[in-house]
Design a protein. Structure first.
Lengths: 314, 359
């Protein structure tokens, strides 16, 4: 090792990948016996910028994920459901009951207030978050409204879980038949820049949901485009493209009079080609919400060519 | 301004100190201002206000107890750290102070105590501070502190941090050694024998071992190995030989003689002292050297798989000892390093005396 190697190492220090290529033990050996390198090293680390603590950001992230989980738990645990949400596919399974998630959320609110020394944190009044969480844990009525309120509150803070929260908000609005609000939430999900892998996974679902919104509005081309984007993004992330393909199937079924049964058959073939494709497609078609699709497929003659898809009816 | 904080601020020495200490005291004054602002803020929740009051009182009582000693950077850091743990108050202003204080304290300790591993320690220190002051890091730190205080012991933030630094450095050291091992294997898929010019049938087993020694062992491993296995001055007769004198390996042996100051078969404490490492590290490097010598020679002689489980078993035993955090050399049957080296010698003899049977 030479003084040049130490200098090159320090030049590459802020790039973790480049730094990993150096044999640090040998550099240390050299710097230990070389006064000029020891001085250079000390000088470098003395002026190195200390990164800001990630505590508050991570606490707000935890708050968002607790509120997302709380909204999902509220939907799951609600009594006398006013909308059928059987075909809800959570991007990530919530952990724990609504009481536990509410406690976790309240703890994050306390921690954020501790950090700021005030009830106002990054321009947000934490007392409002506490009220929303308390209401969600107590309320036994109009649960979809409560879930929407929790998601609305969580979406006000910029966290890494924002795409996931916004996607759920859109889904709740869709179940409440507020299509405009749902569309706005899905578009906001897709507009989240620098989404991490978890966020991009939520964007796959936002594309799927947006396809259903466009389908409701009978904008077939836009619907099909969203569904295709969902499939492409899912494949890029190595995720299951089933949901995007199923949306494509629904759209193809709706357009069977214009596009012909061939388009439907092509999508069915892609779905069946997925791992456990037949069984999963059969389960999806068996859901009450998907009855119109099931009937339309049978009418289009798919039942004859793929009887296994309708086994549940026998 | 609260009475407690007012007294505390008045006690901070005037800025006639120099360098980092003066900066730290200035930051401490800023911390007092931040705590004071919390106490004065109308929108501060009552729970937070109570924590801030208790925090200020703990600092003031430390000042009364310690007097001017409190203004020593490490005392100040430990007093603030103790107050964070006792009040369970992770406040932004406090964390900012601790972050800067711990960073410069860490650099001072590295310069003083780990000068010969300074590059490794400084890099790990810069990275660790980020995770230490993140949510998980601070929560874990307060949990450790509370456990200590509950046991009636003293929580010392600087000790706690240095302990975490040592752990992180050990983990990083092992990761980096393994990554470099991997790079060597990937970059050099050909056998060592071919690389050393001992091609085809590596009948020149001595040449093979010397090539492995020269090309596969790190400088530290070479020195430790030779210090345990040879008499000093071994290069002198080779240097005298006209044919061998210019060989780079002989030149390297001569350098090693110089480094070892003419000694051979040194004790572990002497080796550790010469290399500026602790004994455990020296032993770990020695065992790594044995592993490389045996595994590389077996690969050159037999190819991928040695025809006996014995060699593989010895290699596995050495690897397990090297990988264990506390370098547990003594096995459950009480066998120590000597016995492990005996097994290694037997395995190596088996490898080097093996003759290939032409197919």
């Amino acid at each position: 090792m030479t003084c040049g190697d130490v200098a090159a190492y320090l030049d590459a220090f802020l790039d973790h990948e480049a730094r990993a290529r150096f044999d640090v033990a040998s550099l240390s050996e050299h710097a230990g016996g070389c006064a000029s390198c020891a001085t250079r090293l000390a000088g470098f680390f003395r002026v190195l910028e200390i990164p800001e603590s990630a505590y508050l950001r991570e606490t707000l992230d935890e708050l968002a994920i607790a509120m997302h989980g709380l909204a999902l738990a509220v939907i799951r645990e609600r009594v006398d459901p006013e909308a059928n949400t059987d075909n809800m596919v959570p991007v990530a399974a919530p952990e724990g009951a609504s009481e536990d998630l509410a406690r976790q959320g309240a703890e994050m609110v306390d921690d954020a207030e501790d950090w700021a020394g005030s009830s106002r944190v990054s321009g947000h009044d934490m007392a409002e978050f506490r009220d929303v969480i308390d209401d969600a844990a107590r309320s036994r009525e109009r649960k979809l409204d409560v879930a929407a309120k929790v998601c609305e509150a969580a979406s006000r803070v910029a966290t890494r879980h924002l795409p996931r929260v916004l996607n759920l908000l859109g889904a709740v609005r869709l179940w409440q038949s507020d299509v405009d609000a749902a569309e706005a939430a899905f578009l906001r999900t897709l507009a989240c820049r620098d989404a991490d892998e978890d966020g991009r996974r939520a964007q796959v679902f936002a594309h799927v949901n947006l396809a259903y919104v466009q389908r409701q509005r009978r904008r077939w081309d836009a619907a099909d485009l969203s569904a295709r984007r969902a499939v492409a993004l899912a494949e890029e992330l190595g995720e299951d493209p089933l949901f995007g393909l199923f949306a494509q199937l629904c759209i193809a079924v709706d357009r069977v009079a214009d596009s012909g049964v061939g388009a439907v058959e092509r999508v069915v073939a892609r779905l069946i080609a997925l791992p456990s494709g037949t069984a999963r497609l059969r389960d999806a078609l068996a859901l009450e919400n998907n009855k119109p699709v099931r009937d339309a497929l049978r009418d289009a003659g798919i039942g004859a060519s793929h009887p296994a898809l309708f086994d549940a009816e026998r | 301004m609260s009475h407690t904080l007012q007294r505390l601020r008045e006690a901070i020495p005037a800025a006639h100190d120099v360098g980092e200490r003066r900066d730290l005291l200035a930051r401490f004054a800023a911390l007092c201002d931040a705590v004071d602002a919390v106490l004065a803020a109308p929108d501060a929740p009552e729970r937070v206000r109570a924590k801030a009051t208790a925090f200020a009182a703990l600092l003031e009582s430390a000042r009364e107890r310690l007097g001017p000693v409190l203004w020593q950077p490490s005392y100040l850091l430990n007093v603030v750290g103790d107050a964070v743990v006792r009040t369970d108050w992770i406040f932004g202003g406090v964390v900012e102070f601790l972050q800067v204080g711990l960073y410069f304290h860490g650099l001072r300790v590295i310069e003083r105590r780990f000068a010969h591993q300074s590059v490794e320690y400084c890099a790990v220190h810069a990275d660790l501070l980020e995770s230490f002051t993140g949510r998980a890091g601070l929560k874990a730190m307060t949990a450790r502190g509370k456990a200590k205080i509950a046991d009636g012991r003293v929580f010392c933030l600087t000790y706690d941090y240095l302990n975490e630094l040592r752990k992180a450095r050990t983990a990083e050291h092992r990761r980096s050694a393994e990554a470099l091992d991997h790079v060597r294997v990937v970059a050099d898929p050909e056998s060592v024998a071919a690389e050393a010019g001992v091609d085809g049938e590596p009948t020149d087993r001595v040449g093979l071992m010397m090539a492995i020694f020269a090309k596969k062992l790190s400088a530290t491993q070479q020195v430790v190995y030779l210090a345990k296995n040879r008499a000093g001055g071994a290069a002198a007769p080779l240097l005298a030989d006209e044919a061998l004198g210019r060989h780079p390996l002989v030149a390297m042996l001569a350098e090693l003689d110089g480094e070892l100051d003419g000694h051979g078969n040194l004790g572990w404490s002497e080796i550790a002292e010469k290399l500026h490492v602790n004994e455990k590290t020296a032993k770990r490097e020695y065992l790594k050297a044995l592993h490389i010598l045996l595994s590389e020679s077996a690969r050159s002689v037999f190819g991928a798989e040695p025809p006996t489980r014995y060699v593989a078993r010895v290699l596995q035993q050495i690897r397990e000892v090297v990988d264990a955090k506390d370098l547990r050399i003594r096995s459950s049957t009480g066998e120590g390093l000597g016995r492990l080296v005996e097994k290694w010698e037997t395995a190596l003899r088996f490898v080097l005396n093996h003759h290939r049977v032409p197919a």
